[in-house]
Write a protein that binds this ligand. Sequence first.
Ligand code: HMG
Ligand code: MG
Length: 300
Amino acid sequence: KLPNAVRIVEMGPRDGLQNEKQLVPTETKVELVRRLERAGLKAIETTSFVSPKWVPQMGDNAEVLARVLAQPAAGVAYPVLTPNLKGFEAALAAGAKEVAVFGAASESFSQKNINCSIAESLARFRPVTEAAHAAGVRVRGYVSCVVGCPYEGAVAPQAVAEVAATLRDMGCYEISLGDTIGVGNPASIQRMLEAVAMRVPVELLAGHYHDTYGMAVANVHASLQMGVAVFDASVGGLGGCPYAAGASGNVATEDVVWLLHGLGIDTGIELDALVDTAAWISAQLGREPASRVARAVLAK
Ligand code: HMG
Ligand code: MG
């Protein structure tokens, strides 16, 4: 049985923009968040407190978050990525009420992305989760490369389950499972979810699927059948990971919403406003929206 309602965590301002070559003005990022709020998104990942040397596009993190939080919309969460205590402290100073730590199920990806091993990363996340919980800040956990790694190829479901369980033990309220390079298909995604659900209740899992091979919507559907009811998505299909060459954006939020509404599942999101937002941000970046649903709706 499919869930009656699904929570969508919008990735556009963070995962969507982090890999953008042209520097996106702070003003545009804040405006994107505002438009997403108006479209009905209740969780909007706003920026990341990572090193500006590693990800220059997120260098205005404190200003973006502070400006967004100066006028928060009712009932909306604005999580931000924090890889270490330094990032967490900066996020807290900017007013963050929710943060996310991000690990990987592949050693090489962990090294390329956050410059440390999986074990070192988990050891770094522990003080972050402790400081966050002491400050009343919620922590989400990510696992990257849940089916495949750009450097190592196929990733074992057990490796994903192990990292997910450790993040859960640290008190992460939800574990987002990232198919970073979009190589998963419904079979490999379901095998991975089966292994993870043995260690972490499925109610605490989120699917974070990139659409590199066009399978992300199918993977969302396969995950719904396994009881997953939270999905990360990016308006207009924006994005790509700087440490996963060739990986395209997250599944487009409007593609997921179209699927869910078609299945009779409630999202609280207004499709037309979302598609307008996809068109607007794509125009700001000088391109057409990447998603099929945005193009179809706009062509009407
Ligand atoms: P490092 O170089 O190992 O860090 O980077 P360090 O502790 O050795 O410090 C080196 C310098 O960086 C120092 O400055 C620190 O102060 C500074 P210096 O003394 O040389 O002037 N530094 C920082 N500055 C700002 N913010 C910080 C911070 N920490 C240290 N938080 C680090 C380690 C994790 C910081 C680095 O590797 C990094 O920033 N990586 C970026 C990773 C990233 O943003 N990747 C994309 C997001 S993850 C993703 O997209 C996947 C996901 O979507 C799920 C999926 O799809 O799978 C979540
Ligand atoms: Mg991602």
